[in-house]
Design a protein around this ligand. Sequence first.
Ligand SMILES: *[C@@H]1O[C@H](CO)[C@@H](O)[C@H](O)[C@H]1NC(C)=O
Ligand SMILES: *[C@@H]1O[C@H](CO)[C@@H](O)[C@H](O)[C@H]1NC(C)=O
Ligand SMILES: *[C@@H]1O[C@H](CO)[C@@H](O)[C@H](O)[C@H]1NC(C)=O
Ligand SMILES: *[C@@H]1O[C@H](CO)[C@@H](O)[C@H](O)[C@H]1NC(C)=O
Length: 437
Amino acid sequence: MTRFVLLCLLALIATAATKGKGFGPGEQDYGYVTVRDGAHMFWWLFHTTADVADSSERPLIMWLQGGPGGSSCGYGNFEILGPLDLDLNLRNTTWVNDFNVLFVDNPVGTGYSYVENPSLFTTDNKQIAADLLTLMKNFYEQLPQFKKSPFYIYGQSYGGKMAVDFAHLIYKESRLGNIQSNISGVAMGNSWISPVDSVLSWAPFLYQVSLVDDKGEKEILSQAEYTKQVFDQGLYEQATDEWATTEYVILDKTDGVDFYNILTKMERGSSHNKRTIKQQAVDRQTYNKYYSSRAYDLDQLMNGIVKEALGIPRTVHWGSQSGDVFDYLAVDFMKPVIDVVETLLNETNLNVHVYNGNVDLIVDTPGQMVWINKLKWNESADFQTAPRKTIWVNNIMEGYEKQGGKFTMFWINVAGHSVPRDNPAGSRAFLKSMTGF
Ligand SMILES: *[C@@H]1O[C@H](CO)[C@@H](O)[C@H](O)[C@H]1NC(C)=O
Ligand SMILES: *[C@@H]1O[C@H](CO)[C@@H](O)[C@H](O)[C@H]1NC(C)=O
Ligand SMILES: *[C@@H]1O[C@H](CO)[C@@H](O)[C@H](O)[C@H]1NC(C)=O
Ligand SMILES: *[C@@H]1O[C@H](CO)[C@@H](O)[C@H](O)[C@H]1NC(C)=O
């Protein structure tokens, strides 16, 4: 009975963009796209507040949260770069100041997106890319003025892994004339591009920053190497379990380090180290302390006043399928996409950026450098020999950058996993480099 009512309601909403007031300041569009029968994806566009006659004169940026299962419309919007923060105060460093920002609850099952049947959850990166392509076809039909706007995909963490396959697919399809999109670049922020390289980097990184002693380093490294061994045997789902176990060893040896910012001073008995690793990966991407001091809890917000303002059906509970989203991707989770990054560099004219906060642990910078230095494309030698330049903003050192052809790496200082929030000035620098604005 409940299920029947649910399906009826869903049928009503799975069509056009809602022209509503939205939630918070500025012009917004949002809605559901049925990307496959029974699989509904929610998107939320904030038009730029820049002083332009029409918002489409500025680039369109898609923001993809990680997890997999983390909600862009929730975490990305309210906690990282949207116009309002969790106190519902204006965030004066919001990306909406300069760009049109499109948050997508992706893959289906994440945030407000949902599937009517578990068989519709995505199980690999190609399927995720195909769903996003369907979403964008529908988006451009509804808002055709954006077809000419430069389109950039920014993904954080697992969102970066999803971004590279999606960028490749939308580039190919636009060349074939199957979609009109001015796809111009892709950026990977603290991204899960080569999971095994990341896992292997943890023990030495933790030792170097004094979060473990040599005994702790050895134990973490031993479990990390076992994870690689299992992965190399092709036991991909077990490799995901061993990844989680490696994180538990780290929590044990460090007594509960913040995986998303090693500089956080942890509180004794904080719930952080009791939460399951997978749930943390899906939900937080950053430590609870940030939230506990805020006026609103994201879950209450997204299932309360935001949901009401956007006219989301009551039967859709924000975040309720996120654990399933992760579990259905467990076989794909540890697989790298280095070859897709190479393909982007070999076969497209897209700008390809990597930016990484230097105090993140889960996707630490040393682990990123391992796969970046393995990349082979026709200008990789230029990248290797290029000078590394300092990023100065108002005479403050915000990080470093190094460029070879279409590929640029940005080392961002004093930033954890969520760089746009942790270092807005450094983020402006890489956004300007990508977009010219
Ligand atoms: C951001 O806005 C707040 C008030 O909302 C103000 O106190 C602060 O100085 C602003 N920061 C910047 C960098 O403009
Ligand atoms: C893509 O955007 C650039 C920069 O605004 C513009 O010069 C170009 O004409 C656009 N291309 C298409 C196909 O709309
Ligand atoms: C990209 O091109 C380089 C040569 O410049 C080649 O070694 C590499 O295998 C290519 N990668 C892919 C995925 O095609
Ligand atoms: C590398 O290939 C791209 C086209 O894919 C081309 O524009 C660029 O000039 C090439 N660079 C070198 C150094 O050959």
